[in-house]
Design a protein around this ligand. Structure first.
Ligand SMILES: C[S@@+](CC[C@H](N)C(=O)[O-])C[C@H]1O[C@@H](n2cnc3c(N)ncnc32)[C@H](O)[C@@H]1O
Length: 313
């Protein structure tokens, strides 16, 4: 297969991301979000015979798929784990430093399009939404355990949903009658308080917000960026593709902070912070997919890629 398996997921910004990522063809790389293996396939093709890739996914479907896809390539190690644990995994493999890490955040098309996973309001299925099916809190549990106010905050913060309070109130009312365990039930509750013309977009925002909360995606992203920074060797690259404005803001702030040589308040006459500039930002503005790519893969529309190089230990 040329680029992983397009039936599983079409990789976004493929050429650009790999171009930014690889500084040494015989280096060690982490693909933190393996999915259908599209980015990993392109990465491994770019590497020499001593190059290595540790490809993480917390979803066993992705792992099973990748174990077949990469079975004949000893340079590839497939790891079933949240990438936030990359330090422990690299330690276990005796790897001290890496030359690059790629994060292509969020969920794969395979996950969204599998009704049993409960990620989409377009299919009826259990309200699950866990990327890692060994983790404990499903979206159904989240919906049943959180207060009205917490649910509203989740929809507002992660989904930028303006009707968050109304939707949360409707959920609390509905769950008092009957537990909400199915995507179709949740979609019906949202529909009951949303004008027809806005239903699809509102459902998309609420479902996305729940997914982000259930998987603690923003907290994990912050911790993963920090952990990767410690593992990157000087000259190594960090490449992140995000699909949500809050994710992108975390990445942008992280890279800008690491690229700053002073974080003193603006009016201080002499720098006293002692901050060291540890990164050079490669993509001065984020990179987006072009129209041709978006036409072939609408999911690419919201993608934002940022890349930076570590310049100081
Ligand atoms: C957008 S897809 C990646 C697609 C992949 N680049 C490709 O070319 O097919 C995201 C994948 O990363 C996984 N994932 C998301 N966050 C993760 C995390 N923190 N740790 C491990 N896997 C994660 C998801 O389960 C999903 O399979």
């Amino acid at each position: 297969m040329q680029h992983g398996d397009a039936g599983y997921h079409i990789p976004v910004l493929l050429e650009r991301s790999i171009e930014y990522l690889v500084s040494d063809p015989d280096g060690v790389y982490v693909d933190g979000t393996l999915g259908g293996g599209g980015h990993s396939s392109a990465l491994i093709r770019k590497l020499g015979k001593n190059g290595r890739v540790f490809a993480f996914d917390q979803d066993e479907d992705a792992i099973e798929h990748a174990e077949l896809l990469f079975q004949d390539d000893a340079r590839m190690t497939v790891v079933r784990s949240n990438v936030v644990h990359l330090s422990d995994v690299l330690n276990a493999h005796d790897v001290k430093a890496i030359d690059g890490i790629l994060l292509d955040l969020g969920v794969s098309s395979h996950q969204i399009d599998t009704p049993q996973r409960g990620f989409s309001f377009r299919f009826s299925g259990p309200l699950d939404m866990r990327m890692d099916r060994e983790s404990t809190v499903t979206a159904a549990a989240y919906i049943s355990q959180r207060s009205e106010e917490e649910l509203a905050d989740t929809f507002f913060t992660y989904g930028e949903e303006r009707n968050s309070r109304r939707i949360a109130r409707a959920i609390v009312r509905a769950r008092a009658e009957q537990e909400i365990t199915d995507t179709a039930q949740l979609a019906d509750v949202i529909a009951s308080v949303t004008p027809q013309a806005h239903r699809s977009k509102t459902m998309a925002r609420v479902f996305q917000a729940l997914r982000i909360a259930v998987n603690d995606e923003l907290g994990v992203l912050e911790r993963t960026l920090a952990a990767s920074m410690e593992r990157l060797r000087v000259g190594g690259r960090m490449v992140v593709i995000s699909y949500h404005s809050l994710e992108d803001r975390i990445v942008k702030r992280f890279m800008r902070h690491e690229a700053a040589d002073c974080i003193c308040p603006p009016r201080v006459p002499v720098c006293t912070c002692g901050k060291i500039r540890r990164m050079e930002i490669i993509t001065s503005k984020h990179v987006e997919a072009d129209e041709i790519e978006i036409r072939g893969n609408p999911r690419a529309r919201s993608a934002r890629l940022r890349a930076a190089e570590k310049i100081h230990a």
